[in-house]
Structures are given as C-alpha cells and as structure tokens.
Design a protein around this ligand. Structure first.
Ligand code: KG4
Ligand code: ZN
Length: 342
C-alpha cells in the first residue's frame, strides 16, 4: 500500500510518500522559520496563509521524487490535530479534497502519534511494548506504548513543555527564534555548574513535569547579572546560563524517564519530538538507559522535528486498520492522545 501524507500543524509545511513494502519514497519540507523570525515566534494567521501557498507545490514535488502517480496511491493522510487550528485546516482541507478527487480514503492523523511512530522509519525499529518520552514544543509526556494506536499517558507536564522551556529561556538570553537549538549551541561553550537552576518535581514521587518555574529563575539570573554589570550581560555568562538551563531540563527528563522505565519494567525507550534532537539529552538517556539494561530508539534528527514522513507512517497504520475519515473536513486544536485507543 502507498500513502501520501501532509503535515501543517505549526510552522512546517511538509509532504511525504510512503510505501509499506518499499518504505519512505519521498519527503519534502518547507520551513517557515524565516517568515516568523522577526516576530520571535509563530504567527498563526501567517502560518496558515503560507501553508496554503506551499502545500500543493510540495505535493507535486513529493509525487515526482517518489516516481508515483495519484493512481498508485491507496490513501491520503493529513495531520488533523493538535496544533494551530487555521494551519491544521489548510492540510485537512487539501488532504480531504485530494482523497476525494483521487477516490481513495482520507486518514486523519494525530500529530503526536506521528512523533511516536517516527522511529519506525529507521532500520532498527523499536519493539512493542515500549516506553516513550515525547518532548516537543507543546508537549512533555511519558507514554506506555503497548502497540501502535494503544497509548497510556503515565505522566505529563503541568505547565510549560520542555521545548517551551528551551524556547522561553533562549528568548530571555536574546537568542533568535526558534530558541531551542540556539540555546543548545550556546550551552556547548558554557559551564554547566555555575548556575544551579531548579529541577522541579524531582523530589516528588510520580511522573509529572513542571517547567514554568525555570523561565522565572532564568529571568531573575539575567536581571540580577545585568543589574550588577551596568545592564550588560557578557558572552561567558550567557553561555553559562544556557548550559545551566540545558542541564536542568535534561536532568529532569532523564531522571523521570528512568523512573518510568523502572515502573513499567520495559527495556525499550523511544525518544520522540523536537527536543529529542538535543544532543546532551540523547547522550545522557543512552548512557542511563544502558545502565538499566534498556535500549534507546530515536528517529533520525530530521524526523525528530515536524515532518510528513512520520504522519505517513502513522497514517499507514490507521489506513491498514480501516480507520478512515468520512467526507467531512475535521481538524482539532486540542486532542488528547488517549482518545486514540480502541
Ligand atoms: O516536535 P517539534 O518540531 O514541534 C512541536 O510539535 O512542538 O518541536 C519543536 C521544539 C521547539 O521547542 C524547539 O526549540 C525544540 O523542539 N528543539 C530543541 C532542539 N531542536 C528542537 N530543543 C533543544 N535542543 C535542540 N537541539
Ligand atoms: Zn511536533
């Protein structure tokens, strides 16, 4: 079976073609970061308008790169949520319409299921069941993944997501959007022990996270240093703060993940979502999991952040299970992963 998939939940317009026997045939992506950079974050209305401009040319490019004609497709998948509603509607409307025109089923995909199943695109895919740490700009969750489509949330953030903590701290340090990778770069040249930022919820039992206190602590550190130095903050201090932030986030994520591995007894861990691209997190998780006899599975770096290849994989699983859409165009800004079960 062969499927075409669209992703448009935030600021990436992406299209992929996937074949269940031959694997990924093509994936095209257009990142809108340049469009949103001057605003310091994603402007939803601009994102929607740009998806409208970008998606169809990307569909043509992906079909051509895959050497596929619409007649060879068995379905069209699109991200139906969660995300920015206008942005989602552009992909949902196009996906549903293409499926109608090509007379194949349309498949509505949950964006987070896409992230969770992205490691299935790799040569060494994770076994089921496994534990997943899903860390993106909007979500931080530990999930018991019994099988594709069967998800139990073990713990999640009570406030900011890990990616949001990276992004907000980066903004406080004056780094350009998107801040996460920029902060990680800056942290590489800093001292990780000069600033000891809070590691919230670590002292408590359970698998919940909370990152909102971190940005307050970073704001105070920046303000305090600037006040003592005539309003300026030198490059060394900025790097040290970045290193302290990264250390606090990674420590928290690693520690709770180990707890979840212990409580589930699983020996496979999937790390998914944009923050999964963070090198320190990857190294620390690999080392810690190995000590516990567990193996870590990641998507390749480009499939950690938003892309359509992961939507194609999740869409293929749904298509095979007969979970297809009616002719209505549906998109949901909020949508819990637990609703997918059954
Ligand atoms: O999964 P994703 O592309 O989009 C969402 O669904 O949210 O994740 C984006 C998030 C952003 O917060 C971004 O700053 C963060 O992932 N991110 C990183 C790194 N690369 C992306 N955070 C830390 N280190 C990185 N290398
Ligand atoms: Zn995402």
């Amino acid at each position: 079976m062969r499927i075409l998939a669209l992703e448009s939940s935030c600021d990436e317009s992406a299209v992929a073609v996937h074949d269940d026997a031959a694997g990924l045939l093509a994936h095209e992506i257009y990142s809108q970061v340049d469009l949103h950079r001057i605003y310091g974050g994603v402007v939803p209305e601009l994102a929607s308008r740009d998806h409208v401009r970008r998606l169809l040319p990307l569909v043509r490019a992906a079909l051509e790169a895959a050497g596929t004609t619409p007649a060879q497709l068995d379905g069209v998948a699109f991200t139906a949520g969660p995300g920015l509603i206008g942005a989602l509607l552009t992909g949902a409307a196009l996906g549903r319409s293409l499926a109608y025109a090509w007379q194949v089923p349309a498949v509505a995909v949950h964006h987070l299921e896409g992230h969770l199943l992205a490691p299935l695109l790799e040569d060494d895919p994770p076994p089921f069941p496994h534990l997943a740490l899903l860390v993106s700009g909007g979500h931080t969750m530990l999930i018991d993944v019994a099988a594709p489509g069967a998800y139990r949330i073990l713990g999640e953030t009570r406030d900011d997501a890990a990616g949001e903590a990276f992004d907000k701290s980066a903004k406080l340090l004056g780094l350009p959007y998107p801040g996460g990778p920029e902060l990680a770069k800056l942290a590489g040249g800093g001292r990780k022990d000069r600033y000891d930022f809070p590691r919230p919820m670590l002292d408590r039992a359970g698998l919940e996270f909370s990152f909102s206190g971190l940005k307050t602590a970073v704001a105070l550190a920046v303000k305090d240093h600037a006040a003592k130095n005539g309003g300026a903050i030198d490059a060394t201090t900025r790097a040290d703060i970045a290193a302290g932030v990264q250390q606090a986030i990674v420590d928290t994520l690693v520690s709770k993940t180990l707890r979840a591995l212990e409580s589930t007894g699983y020996d496979a861990l999937v790390v998914a979502g944009g923050v999964g691209a963070n090198r320190l997190l990857r190294e620390r998780l690999a080392a810690a999991a190995a000590r516990q006899g567990a193996k870590v599975f990641y998507p390749r770096i480009e499939f950690c952040t938003d892309n359509a290849a992961m939507i194609a994989v999740a869409g293929m699983a749904r298509l095979k299970a007969g979970k297809v859409e009616s002719t209505a165009i549906r998109a949901r800004a909020t949508w819990s992963l637990s609703e997918l079960n059954g």
